[in-house]
Design a protein around this ligand. Structure first.
Ligand SMILES: C[S@@+](CC[C@H](N)C(=O)[O-])C[C@H]1O[C@@H](n2cnc3c(N)ncnc32)[C@H](O)[C@@H]1O
Length: 413
């Protein structure tokens, strides 16, 4: 039977000049990847390139019509804020005005990275998933506004190495979307368990992973901010110095410590390391969830994290948005601080729990700030090195004494 005629027959030829080696190499790669011919492989490369670069491969910009405002359902309203149940892209592209938001304070889902291989491919997929949000954030943020993203790291499953996905996200936001990195912060959670147990406790080739990165970005290099809003108590030695005076002198580092150093400014400028234990297991929110049989959100951040950035970067009356609202921690903090606010959340269950933060009355900000956390000086505990030989295989095998035991689950967080 005669072959049916192709509608768009490929009749044109193009000559590409290659060396013997180049031709052999490209043909081998094409064949290894399952392409029937060089032509097919080149067409694939072209389509991938145009898709990635947006060069004639279709407009990659998000179409607001895909995210109409009507898909957002009003869930809760307070004196200063509101909660929407639905996809926050409808807020970012349809509901919100351009240049209307003073602070986006959020923690995106990071479990999206595939469970099997948090390698580069997954990091790229995460970035692709994030793209419409990045575009929407840029659309709604004011020039004076800030974008703060709390994002935890991840381990490559089965291997004692880390994924790069959160660093890739940062690079994408800066290089592709034009955000500026004002300053990275680190949220140190002193109560974090030593995971993954296999590498930390069993093979002992990694240490406890106790910080989340918090990317503070902005649309211009000069978002509004004032570190006097977030001062911390002076250390004992500084208090002593303020009381007893300081003799101006040159430090070994070459810094000239002048007598202005004696001035009491009401507190010291905090470092970009925020120590907050995420230990809240009882409280109104949890009690309500348990009583109503609603799932407790598994990835909440502590109220002090949004509190720090809201105080540092916004004024009362400013608009704070959390597009990945979860249990509305950002909302409850913003309400307490009299900022206008909006939280969007996809899951109705999480919002049913979040309601308890606002009803019957507003949950106040945590009062107890008195406990400072100690971080020991490195190598503060003397160890006889010969008693602790290095694992020359880098932990590729479990210690002999443990080989028969089943591996504890390797956590990817
Ligand atoms: C890491 S959690 C945020 C937790 C929150 N910071 C808290 O303390 O409760 C991320 C949340 O984003 C939600 N989410 C994911 N995609 C979303 C979207 N397109 N629109 C709105 N919410 C989304 C998830 O359901 C999840 O609850």
């Amino acid at each position: 039977m005669a072959r049916p005629r192709a509608e768009n027959p490929r009749t044109k030829t193009a000559n590409i000049r290659l060396t013997e080696e180049e031709r052999a190499e490209i043909e081998a790669t094409a064949a290894a990847q399952g392409y029937a011919s060089l032509s097919e492989y080149i067409r694939f490369l072209h389509s991938r390139f145009t898709e990635e670069e947006g060069l004639g491969g279709g407009d990659k910009k998000t179409n607001p019509r895909d995210f109409p405002a009507k898909l957002l359902r009003p869930f809760l309203k307070t004196d200063h804020g509101q909660v929407f149940w639905g996809d926050s892209r409808s807020y970012l592209f349809s509901k919100a005005e351009e240049n209307s938001v003073d602070l986006i304070m959020t923690s995106p889902p990071f479990g999206l990275v595939r469970k099997k291989s948090y390698g580069n491919e997954d990091a790229d997929r995460y970035c692709d998933w994030f793209r419409p949000f990045a575009e929407g954030f840029h659309r709604v943020l004011k020039d004076t506004g800030s974008l703060v993203i709390d994002i935890g790291g991840a381990w490559v499953p089965g291997q004692p190495t880390r994924s790069l996905y959160h660093f890739k996200l940062l690079v994408m936001l800066v290089e592709e979307y034009g955000f500026h990195l004002c300053q990275e912060h680190y949220w140190f959670n002193p109560s974090k368990l030593p995971t993954p147990a296999e590498w930390v406790n069993v093979r002992r080739v990694r240490v406890k992973d106790a910080v989340n990165t918090v990317w503070w970005l902005s649309k211009t290099p000069y978002p509004k901010a004032n570190n006097r809003r977030v001062l911390q108590p002076y250390s004992k030695s500084m208090e002593h110095l303020l009381k007893n005076g300081y003799k101006a002198k040159l430090r070994p580092s070459g810094h000239d410590i002048s007598d202005k150093f004696n001035k009491d400014n009401g507190g010291s400028v905090p470092p970009n390391l925020l120590a907050i234990a995420n230990t809240e297991s009882n409280g109104r929110y949890q009690d309500h969830c348990r009583a109503e049989n609603i799932p407790i959100h598994p990835a909440r951040f502590p109220a002090q994290l949004p509190e720090y950035f809201i105080r540092f970067l916004t004024d009362p009356g400013d608009l704070v948005v959390d597009p990945f609202g979860g249990s509305c921690v950002t909302g409850v903090v913003a309400e307490n601080l009299k900022r206008r606010w909006t939280c969007c959340e996809l899951s109705e269950e999480y919002l049913l729990g979040a309601r308890a933060r606002f009803e019957p009355e507003l949950q106040p900000l945590p009062k107890d700030r008195a406990i400072p956390y100690e971080i020991a000086s490195p190598c503060a505990r003397p160890v006889a090195e010969e008693d602790a030989p290095l694992f020359a295989d880098g932990g590729a095998q479990r210690p002999a004494s443990m080989r028969k035991k089943a591996s504890p689950k390797i956590a990817a967080e």
